[in-house]
Design a protein. Structure first.
Length: 384
């Protein structure tokens, strides 16, 4: 069914007026991909065990700087490739998706990595803000933001929709100038879904008039009302049309330290921790402190923790006279995932923190089978 054209208003006034159901889930939305919650849970368990040293890997997990994605600048987070199901009997780590946890194995989220762009944060869909929230000046500081639609297992981001609208409507204008008689389409079944007469556009940029004429056969359509507002998308399942689900994201808030002895994510600030250098390898103050948190949580696990055999995760170094007449332990330090280190260098990384059973920090050392060499305290070098 053709509808009257409202082309010029739409070209200059693309608004969002959502009326569909909001989609909330334990799944993550990463661009156009849906990462199911069981893949997230499985990866969290693997990453957590690796942080504690169970896997003895020198490469993963990676130390992650969460200052721009999760607003954590005073602690190191840890990144692990998301483990995806490639088939009924095959799992493989993702090349670009990284699950982010902290030293206590708390899940911060997932990020998408790219060589040409900064990391992009994935999100878990949340409820659409209510009108009361929108009018509350305090609540409106961090209201959920509209991110797009989920139509079955397809994701349409709001920026993609804007590009589709502008591209298709621009082509409408050119076709009209060329004398093509093309109007907007509507379907009564979709009108009933929205309780009003609506206008439909394809879910990809229409490049020729024939694509508009064949539009009702498309499985996903963009829906606008007569007031020139984007009201949603619809998805065809069998012979029935249904509204696509609205996607909203609430951005993480900047964490704040509750007391002077802890950082913003609740880790203890250990005495003597600093930035260290061991040859080419540099370990930041935040990374050293977060590794100390991991080690001390193993030595002194929280109440009700299942961790009882901490000495299988930490390596005993015995008594080192230059440190003291008591037994000390080491935990290997991980490196960030960047281009500063080759694979060979990562495998050769032997930097480690040394601590005693009372969780006192005794420095960063470079260890080999025969030797233990103190690394350079870079903070002391800078101050001198």
């Amino acid at each position: 069914m053709k509808r009257p054209s409202i082309l010029y208003g739409l070209l200059t006034n693309i608004l969002v007026y959502t009326t569909g159901a909001t989609f909330t889930s334990e799944d993550f939305i990463c661009g156009k991909r849906i990462i199911l919650k069981h893949a997230v849970s499985r990866t969290v368990n693997i990453a957590c065990a690796s942080i504690k040293g169970f896997t003895k890997s020198k490469i993963t997990p990676f130390v992650y700087d969460g200052s721009s994605t999760f607003f954590v600048s005073d602690a190191a987070l840890f990144a692990w490739p998301i483990i995806l199901q490639n088939g009924p009997h095959s799992r493989a780590p993702s090349e670009e998706l990284r699950l982010i946890i902290d030293s206590s194995c708390n899940l911060f989220g997932i990020v998408m990595k790219s060589k040409n762009y900064p990391d992009r944060r994935c999100y878990r869909p949340v409820e659409q803000p209510s009108r009361d929230d929108a009018s509350d000046s305090h609540a409106s500081r961090n209201l959920p933001q509209f991110r797009g639609y989920r139509c079955g297992n397809k994701i349409f981001g709001h920026l993609d929709i804007e590009i589709i609208l502008k591209g298709t409507l621009g082509n409408y204008q050119l076709w009209q100038y060329d004398g093509h008689q093309i109007g907007y389409y509507g379907l009564e079944d979709i009108d009933r879904l929205y309780g009003e007469s609506v206008l439909l556009l394809p879910s990809q940029v229409a490049k020729i008039p024939e694509e508009i004429r064949q539009m009702p056969s498309n499985p996903q359509l963009i829906v606008m009302n007569s007031r020139q507002q984007l009201v949603g998308m619809v998805n065809k399942v069998g012979n029935q049309w249904e509204k696509c689900l609205d996607l909203w994201e609430k951005k993480p808030e900047r964490p704040r330290a509750a007391e002077s002895t802890r950082n913003s994510i609740g880790e203890w600030l250990f005495s003597g921790v600093s930035q260290y250098g061991c040859g080419k390898f540099v370990y930041s103050r935040e990374s050293v402190n977060s590794h100390m948190q991991v080690a001390c949580a193993l030595i002194n696990p929280p109440k009700n923790s299942r961790t009882t055999t901490w000495n299988i995760y930490l390596t005993s170094m015995g008594v080192i006279p230059s440190i003291g007449n008591y037994r000390v332990w080491k935990m290997d330090l991980k490196l960030p995932e960047n281009d500063n280190y080759s694979l060979e260098e990562r495998l050769a990384n032997n930097g480690a923190i040394i601590l005693d059973q009372e969780c006192n920090f005794h420095g960063v050392y470079w260890h080999t089978a025969r030797d233990l060499t103190p690394c350079e305290n870079l903070s002391l070098s800078e101050s001198s």
